[in-house]
Design a protein around this ligand. Structure first.
Ligand code: ADP
Length: 511
């Protein structure tokens, strides 16, 4: 194999470069869905040409976000290792120095080093140090300097064209909320992956990975012991779990024993707890993944509730303490008779799409679960009600009391219109959630940390969050929907829903 010359000892001190990281996805355990997503990227990176022929391009930037020690660096290295590409790493804090021009120059250096070994991977840890919001409060000084560096990153990322997109930039942060939205725009870090705390099963899997090079009396004893540790380590990160095993190994050696036993493991666990506080107050058993899904669901519902506020029914608070198929968001009681316009009905459909849309966005279309089902069926029923019972749509001015009023061709027309309203609602909802992605993540973080969030804090986060501009959403096209439904103009009237009915007329018998 060809050596990469100076790569090992890069010219610039702040860049660490590796020809091969030697890390694979097997080294990362728990949160299998993250690996599935990244595996796809590796496949695209490897068969660049084949995918390009099909018009599939690798994302230019992947942003990993989550608490320290959860394996973000490990994942970045695994991508490089699996794809067999050289790995260039730098830390965002290294870019920001007192001297003017250093940040931009270092960014340039990093990209040009990576480019000369392309295809390659760039990893920028703590990217928030350089990529925080522009124009915000200048904490720690160096604002102008940072801005130069950030602009340089944007320039570099926009610079490589699709045909020569041989550099994948991976960023890591635990402060998604302060990132400049420009970084998250399409063609930059447009793939955001949350790396969270492992579940109990995840913890066991991580312990298994780090127990590979450790000695236990037997395979069976090892499994029993690790299972026990996994149960006792709620809220521990992968790095902390690794520490426990290393510490247990050291204690074992100190006692001049050959095998790690229960006593050493528990002692190591206690030591780890002493250095890292853990939230033990949470005694109820809820799988971590479900908790994460609930938090995202509630965050999405909250953002939509801010975007389309309902003055008749203001929201109060939400939490992730109970698992129900309906969102947990609580509202104050409606007083008086609400005055609803068509847009109020439509907005409520858009809001009801939030659980399903966010779940697909975060976990993928093949990885949905039941917690968005209720809201989705509500959205669909509301659309039907709007069409059938309000007379506000192209369906007509007739009022249909129940389904049995519907003859077959009207059912087709209803379906076409409902389809159109749902299409619009889902698109609008995704557009809002993408625009406010940062607010969604921040609210999710608060929920995961505290278990609940009040309206005031939600509004606060929503108002301050950086927004990522989205293309406009095609409005409901009722005319198009009718054309799609079939021939409706057999009386020479092209828009039957809008024909003027004689007073007292009910129904569609003219068709
Ligand atoms: P981060 O970049 O998120 O702060 P790191 O990738 O530096 O975390 O994690 C530190 C170490 O902890 C890793 O090198 C690895 O040994 C261990 N670790 C963390 N998460 C995992 C995991 N999910 N599976 C296996 N090991 C892990």
């Amino acid at each position: 194999s060809d050596t990469l010359g100076s790569l090992g000892k890069s010219r610039a001190k702040f860049i660490s470069a590796e020809e091969t990281t030697g890390v694979t996805f097997d080294d990362f355990a728990g949160q299998e869905y993250i690996k599935l997503e990244l595996q796809e990227i590796v496949r695209i990176l490897k068969n660049d040409k084949e995918f390009q022929d099909k018009g599939i391009y690798c994302p230019k930037g992947v942003l990993l976000h989550g608490p320290p020690g959860t394996g973000k660096t490990l994942l970045a290295k695994a991508i490089a290792g699996e794809a067999g590409l050289p790995f260039f790493a730098a830390n965002g804090t290294d870019f920001v120095e007192m001297f003017v021009g250093v940040a931009a120059a270092r960014v340039k250096d990093l990209f040009s080093s990576a480019r000369s070994y392309a295809p390659s991977i760039i990893f920028i840890d703590e990217i928030d140090a350089i990529g925080s919001k522009r124009g915000g409060p200048d904490i720690g000084g160096g604002g102008a300097e940072r801005e130069q560096g950030l602009l340089q990153i944007l320039t570099e990322m926009d610079g490589f064209k699709e045909s020569t997109s041989q550099i994948l930039v991976i960023g890591a942060t635990n402060r998604l909320d302060i990132l400049d939205p420009a970084l998250l725009r399409k063609g930059r870090f447009d793939k955001i992956i949350r790396v969270g705390l492992p579940t109990k099963d995840g913890r066991l899997a991580i312990l298994q990975v780090h127990a590979r090079n450790k000695y236990f009396r037997s395979e069976m004893e090892k499994n029993v012991l690790l299972q026990e540790v996994a149960e006792l380590t709620e809220d521990f990160t992968g790095a902390e779990l690794q520490n426990i095993l290393n510490e247990a190994g050291i204690l074992t050696a100190r006692k001049d024993q050959d095998y790690i036993g229960r006593e050493e493991l528990l002692e190591a666990l206690e030591r780890q707890k002493g250095t890292f506080q853990t939230g033990q107050e949470d005694s109820e058993e809820m799988p971590e993944e479900l908790k994460l899904r609930l938090a995202y669901r509630e965050a999405a519902v909250a953002v939509l509730a801010c975007f389309y506020p309902d003055s008749h029914c203001p929201f109060v608070e939400t939490d992730i303490r109970s698992i129900r198929s309906k969102p947990n968001m609580r509202y104050t009681k409606v007083s008086g008779k609400p005055f609803l316009r068509k847009s109020d009905y439509v907005n409520s459909i858009v809001r009801a799409c939030a659980p399903r849309v966010i779940e697909e966005e975060i976990f993928g279309i093949d990885n949905l679960c039941w917690i968005s089902a209720k809201a989705t069926s509500e959205a669909s029923t509301s659309a039907e009600r709007l069409i059938l019972q309000t007379g506000m749509t192209a369906f007509g001015k007739a009022y249909y009391r129940n389904q049995s009023d519907l003859v077959l061709h009207l059912a087709a027309k209803l379906e076409a219109l409902r389809h159109e309203y749902m299409r619009f609602s889902v698109e609008k909802c995704s557009s809002v959630l993408r625009e406010y992605r940062s607010a969604v993540e921040t609210i999710t973080d608060v929920l995961l940390e505290k278990g609940e969030i009040k309206a005031k804090e939600i509004w606060d986060i929503y108002r301050k969050a950086p927004r990522i501009p989205q293309p406009p959403v095609h409005p409901v096209d009722e005319y198009g929907a009718l054309i799609y439904a079939g021939r409706w103009g057999n009386h020479g009237v092209s828009l039957p829903g809008r024909v003027t009915f004689a007073p007292g007329y009910v129904g569609f018998s003219t068709f």
